[in-house]
Ligand binder design. Structure first.
Ligand code: HEM
Length: 601
């Protein structure tokens, strides 16, 4: 009323459904919040105003209005709404993601874009992502040989948490892997609590502060334990610097500590700022990237034609002698189209949150200062006026019509294309996009090259979305990997894997026994390379057996499968041999002599 009396012209709010006393429009939101917004948008238009108990928010569901707000009025919508759980956040006032637009936020954003998460930094950590990807492949190969199913969602979360831990604070520097495991156990619990508190927040400050369900107190305790652990890791980093201990590489914590100690820095960072940022890098980066992986592989499993096309592209470009690398990504346009299509249909952050700084007009409606604005990305990126058959998974839509090249404008996912806002846009857009994209492309390419996936009972993956705004899959992504390219098998006296041919396509007869089609064949390496028919003293370690008298290599060294008595290798040979030979040579030549603990034999 006060607002109306003050203004000469009546305020023209965006359309709004009838509200109930006290709870406002709360009753109109179903468990699938994004879908409820969608239903309301189809009745009231692409911009509408909702009151949820104590909070008033404007909901935007069209690319055009998103552009008007986020591009034409960027500075007026550059801050984020204040979140209720700040009462329980020990880092309140020190965070980056929810920082007001101002000197601190600008300083931190620049630091993220030019140092911490810059393209150069992301490529410096390629080997860490590769290493973690190999661990994932190893798990899947194991499941494949044992005929066990695998919860891919869990594995993806483990992968993104692990490489983030290593990039941010090198598990090796933190003395034991236990510490990194603890960090991500904290993060998991903190994320769960934040989701609960974000929902409870709409109850308003009075009820919110009462903390009826006790989530706030639990969050405070968890954050304090996280703080103690990260402080310990920080002290170790500082000791390493002080005593000039040699490190393989400098991680993000080292870079942040440099700024912390820099007397001339534009902004004096506190320890609290550093810890808050570390927490936010985890909460903003790990689950989002894991969800992107999960949705993409689920779509590919449900779309065998597209999956096959992706495999063929990788085979054409990379061949079958080595594992696909992140450096191959520029030459894999279909892969890039697949990732974009998955992010379009299933944005891991389903909404963008901004706050209006000063009263302004958008599409003829008044948006008032301090009103929150929520951009429903699912609606925007499935808008039929922007996308043909918007609900279908069609990576081809990102390719130019002729010649299968990609269309650079369509492919832009960093915010200049307002139909495609998976990473947000403008100054407040996601600074982790390069890291996330490198990881997601690398992992999906490796999975497509190495595996097929079967769902129990030959069914399709259920693509139902979980309740709430998290845009996660409602059901665990359980499937059976079938290895058709194993990059891990290494030639050695102790072959690491049995050789498996995924499935026999047609039945056949071997030595009088009928083997029906679809049987999985396993060749036991223990048997073949130790067969006394082929090898003298087969269980003795005698490298000389591979050498001629004048010291050159014998034909038997062929480990690529022509020599049946030495079947230990798979097409990952070049990579595998390089890793094993170079590390072994370095260990022997340069570094160490080994002593055995005699008591233990
Ligand atoms: C597929 C993975 C990811 C997706 C879909 C995603 C998406 C987003 C979105 C939509 C925003 C809000 C942008 C806006 O308001 O315009 C955002 C912000 C942010 N993201 Fe990401 N993100 C991902 C991965 C990452 C990673 C790996 C990191 C860092 C390790 C990260 C760090 C951040 C930070 C710090 C912000 C806040 C930026 C600010 O307020 O200025 N994100 N992200």
């Amino acid at each position: 009323i006060k607002g109306r009396m003050k203004s000469k012209t009546p305020i023209q709010h965006p359309p709004s459904p009838p509200a109930l006393p006290l709870i406002g429009h709360f009753h109109l939101l179903g468990p699938e919040t994004a879908k409820s917004f969608q239903t309301l948008a189809s009745r009231y238009g692409p911009i509408l105003r909702l009151r949820l108990v104590s909070k008033t928010s404007v909901i935007v569901s069209s690319a055009m209005i998103a552009k008007e707000i986020l591009k034409d009025n960027e500075m007026n919508f550059i801050s984020r709404p204040v979140v209720g759980y700040s009462w329980f956040n020990i880092y309140d006032g020190s965070t980056f993601v929810f920082a007001e637009y101002g000197t601190y936020w600008r300083f931190m954003k620049k630091l993220c874009m030019t140092e911490l998460l810059s393209l150069a930094q992301v490529s410096r950590f390629t080997d860490i992502r590769r290493d973690e990807t190999m661990k994932l492949l190893e798990t899947l190969v194991k499941c494949s040989y044992e005929g066990k199913s695998c919860d891919l969602g869990k594995e993806f979360l483990r992968l993104t948490n692990n490489y983030t831990c290593r990039i941010v604070m090198s598990t090796r520097c933190s003395a034991s892997e236990d510490e990194s495991k603890k960090v991500w156990e904290f993060i998991k619990e903190i994320e769960e609590l934040l989701a609960k508190l974000t929902f409870g927040e709409i109850l308003g400050p009075l009820l919110g502060k009462l903390d009826l369900f006790g989530y706030g107190r639990k969050l405070k305790t968890l954050l304090s334990s996280f703080d103690t652990l990260v402080e310990k890791i920080m002290i170790k980093h500082e000791e390493d610097m002080r005593f000039c201990r040699k490190k393989e590489r400098r991680d993000l914590m080292d870079l942040l500590l440099d700024v912390y100690r820099d007397e001339n820095a534009e902004v004096k960072l506190t320890r609290k700022n550093i810890k808050a940022l570390i927490l936010e890098l985890f909460t903003a980066g790990t689950e989002t990237s894991a969800k992107a992986l999960e949705w993409t592989i689920a779509e590919l499993i449900n779309h065998p034609q597209e999956f096959k096309k992706l495999k063929e592209e990788i085979h054409r470009v990379v061949g079958s002698q080595r594992l696909v690398e992140e450096s191959d990504i520029p030459n894999l346009p279909y892969l890039r189209a697949v990732i974009r299509e998955s992010l379009r249909l299933h944005p891991p952050s389903a909404v963008l949150l901004r706050r209006c700084v000063q009263d302004c007009k958008i599409s003829g409606y008044d948006i008032l200062a301090n009103e929150g604005v929520l951009f429903n990305l699912i609606d925007i990126m499935r808008d039929p006026s922007s996308w043909e058959n918007p609900l279908d998974f069609q990576p081809e839509r990102f390719m130019e019509k002729s010649g299968g090249h990609y269309d650079p404008y369509q492919m832009d996912i960093r915010g200049q294309n307002f139909k495609m806002l998976a990473f947000g846009t403008g100054r407040r857009g996601c600074p982790g996009a390069s890291l996330a994209l490198a990881a997601v492309h690398g992992v999906i390419a490796a999975l497509a090259q190495c595996f097929d996936f079967e769902v129990e009972g030959g069914k399709e993956i259920d693509m139902e979305e979980k309740a709430g705004l998290a845009n996660a899959m409602a059901h665990p992504l359980l499937c059976y990997p079938i290895t058709h390219f194993n990059p891990l098998a290494v030639h050695s006296f102790h072959p690491s894997q049995p050789l498996t041919i995924p499935k026999l396509s047609e039945g056949c007869t071997v030595k009088g026994y009928h083997i029906p089609s679809k049987t999985r064949l396993i060749f036991k390496f223990w048997g073949i390379p130790r067969d006394p028919k082929y090898w003298e003293n087969p269980v003795e370690f005698q490298p000389e057996r591979f050498l001629t008298e004048n010291g050159s290599l014998k034909g038997q060294l062929d480990v690529r499968g022509q020599h049946l008595s030495s079947l230990a290798i798979w097409p990952g040979i070049s990579l595998a041999q390089q890793i094993v030979q170079t590390s072994l040579a370095a260990l022997v030549q340069l570094c160490f002599e080994w002593k055995i603990d005699r008591k233990r034999k």
